[in-house]
Design a protein around this ligand. Structure first.
Ligand SMILES: C[S@@+](CC[C@H](N)C(=O)[O-])C[C@H]1O[C@@H](n2cnc3c(N)ncnc32)[C@H](O)[C@@H]1O
Length: 339
């Protein structure tokens, strides 16, 4: 290619990616639109080839280590172990039944089964993710997967020892419904471990014009109906009629996870073969995600967004009112049990 045509070609690719970004966003419509987005992201293999089997941010330590001093995929595994320790899941005996809500292609579920001996059911709204999660899971690991909506879990009340959910809440149009379902299936005495992308709480400052524009992109590009704030999701959980008055501790892991955004872009340069081997569409697709990733970085770096973590133990004794409610709903919700 001549001296003149390189900049032209670069401009053409950048222009194509920008046009794609603006014109073909993945706005949330309903659960089917989320399922379709994840089906496509799984089928085109780009995410998996590039970033491995975890569709969540990495944990770079506290204070965070320099980008490049820890492998990106390793940082993602570290996030799973960090959340297990922080939430106290590591105190549960092997064989405990754990539900992974919004399990992706099963990266966390396999770690929970393999390294902690739990019996795990991973659920996702995306059938293609569930197929891929099953393919990636070695025979003998006590880990299975099912297509299910987090807002209507087909599981009996009080049927799991722990509920785990990482970065699924941004896709939930009904945050209270999500909190209710997680706590409905959790046994009294069971543990909750959640990680979420949260918006700054409105009580801590309204969004300015630039922030409102950025927020719209963060919602519309990746099929998010709305982000909860750390405080609002904590309130959803603590006020749930299924929580038996659960007390939820929260944390902000924004600093420990922030390097993930830039690292996810650098990963494309470290492993160009992962993208190039999938053809020109994948290259365009990779470029198409870059502006959203940079906006996410900006939002988490400036405090518009926060990486919230939530933990709690469901009290053993429900109030009599909760009990009556619980029995009525449970009767209609018991299709699939773990184990
Ligand atoms: C960002 S990915 C996180 C995946 C996984 N937790 C991980 O860490 O690798 C969000 C996940 O939530 C799932 N999800 C979104 N809406 C859902 C719903 N209504 N019911 C069940 N899963 C849902 C998506 O299919 C996807 O698997």
């Amino acid at each position: 290619m001549s001296f003149i045509s390189w900049p032209l070609a670069t401009l053409a690719v950048a222009g194509g990616a920008a046009a794609l970004w603006f014109r073909s966003n993945r706005r949330y419509h309903d659960a089917a639109s989320v399922a379709a987005a994840y089906d496509r992201w799984t089928e085109d293999q780009l995410l998996e080839r590039l970033w491995g089997e975890h569709i969540h941010l990495g944990h770079y330590g506290d204070p965070p280590r320099r980008i490049g001093s820890i492998d990106f995929r390793r940082a993602k595994e570290d996030l799973v172990h960090a959340l297990v320790r922080w939430s106290g899941l590591d105190a549960l005996p092997p064989g405990s039944k754990v539900l992974d809500v919004g399990c992706g292609i099963g990266g966390s579920a396999r770690i929970l089964a393999r390294d902690y001996g739990f019996e795990v059911l991973g659920i996702s709204i995306s059938p293609i993710q569930i197929r891929r999660a099953s393919e990636l899971t070695p025979a003998g690991l006590r880990c299975r997967f099912a297509v299910m909506d987090a807002l209507a879990l087909e599981l009996p009340q009080a049927s799991v020892d722990a509920v785990w959910s990482v970065e699924a809440c941004p896709h939930m149009p009904d945050k209270q419904g999500y909190a209710d379902e997680l706590l409905r299936v959790l046994k009294p005495g069971g543990l909750l471990a959640l990680a979420d992308w949260n918006r700054r709480d409105p009580a801590d400052g309204a969004m300015n014009r630039v922030e409102r524009w950025v927020m719209r992109q963060l919602l519309e590009q990746w099929a998010h109906p709305e982000f909860a704030s750390i405080r609002s999701l904590q309130a959803n959980l603590e006020h749930s009629r299924w929580g038996n008055g659960i007390s939820i501790a929260t944390g902000d892991w924004s600093a420990a996870t922030l390097p993930s955004w830039i690292d996810s872009i650098l990963e494309g340069m470290r492993r160009p073969g992962a993208i190039l081997s999938l053809g020109p569409r994948a290259v365009l697709q990779g470029l198409r995600e870059t502006p959203t990733i940079l906006l996410m970085h900006w939002a988490f770096a400036t405090g518009l967004m926060q990486f919230g973590v939530f933990r709690g133990r469901k009290p053993a004794n429900p109030s009599p009112g909760d009990q009556a409610d619980a029995e009525a709903v449970s009767a209609s919700a018991a299709r699939l049990a773990i184990g």
